[in-house]
Ligand binder design. Structure first.
Ligand code: HEM
Length: 145
C-alpha cells in the first residue's frame, strides 16, 4: 500500500464516518421527538439519552473531521497541488464548521425539554445546513476539479 492510497483511504473513510454520524443523529432526533416534545417525565429521560448519544457521537465526529482535514491537506501538498478547487474546499469546510457551531450555540443549546414542535424544528434546520454544506463540498470535489 502506498502513501497516496493510505491518504485517500483516510480521507474518504473519515468523510464517511463524519457523514454517517450526522445521519445517525438525525434518526435519533426523529425517534426521540415525541418524548422531547411531550410530557415532563419522558422529556427528562429522553434528553438524558440524547445527551449521552451526543457525547459518543462528538468523539467519533471530532476524530473524523480532523482525519478529513489533515489527510486532505496532505493530499493537496504531496499529490494534487494547491489548485483553486482545493482552496474552495478548505474555505467551504471552515464555513461548514463555523455555521454549524454558530447555529448550535444560537438555536440548539438554549432549548429546554420538553419544548414545542416549532422550537424542535431548529434541530432539522441544523441538519439542513449540515447536509447542504456536505452537498456543496461533494459537488466541488467531483464536478469542479
Ligand atoms: C481541508 C479540507 C479538504 C481538503 C484540502 C481536501 C483535499 C482533497 C484532495 C486533494 C483530494 C484528491 C485526492 C486524490 O485523488 O489524490 C480529495 C478527494 C476527496 N475529498 Fe477532499 N478535501 C477536503 C475536505 C473534504 C470534505 C469536507 C469532504 C466531504 C464532504 C471531502 C471529500 C472528498 C472525497 C469524497 C474525495 C475523493 C474524490 C475522488 O476519489 O475522486 N473532502 N480531497
Amino acid at each position: 500500500m502506498n502513501f497516496h492510497a493510505l491518504l485517500r483511504f483516510t480521507h474518504i473513510t473519515g468523510f464517511a464516518a463524519w457523514f454517517g454520524t450526522i445521519f445517525a443523529t438525525l434518526f435519533l432526533l426523529k425517534t426521540l421527538e415525541p418524548g422531547l416534545t411531550g410530557e415532563q417525565k419522558q422529556a427528562e429521560e429522553h434528553s438524558l439519552l440524547l445527551r449521552r448519544f451526543i457525547k459518543l457521537e462528538t468523539k467519533v465526529a471530532d476524530v473524523a473531521v480532523i482525519s478529513v482535514l489533515f489527510s486532505g491537506l496532505l493530499l493537496a501538498h504531496f499529490y494534487e497541488g494547491w489548485k483553486p478547487w482545493v482552496f474552495a474546499k478548505i474555505g467551504l469546510m471552515i464555513l461548514q464548521i463555523a455555521l454549524t457551531i454558530g447555529y448550535i450555540i444560537k438555536a440548539i443549546q438554549p432549548i429546554a425539554y420538553p419544548c414545542d414542535a416549532a422550537k424542535y424544528r431548529a434541530w432539522y434546520k441544523l441538519f439542513a445546513i449540515s447536509f447542504s454544506m456536505f452537498g456543496v463540498v461533494l459537488l466541488v470535489t467531483f464536478f469542479l476539479r
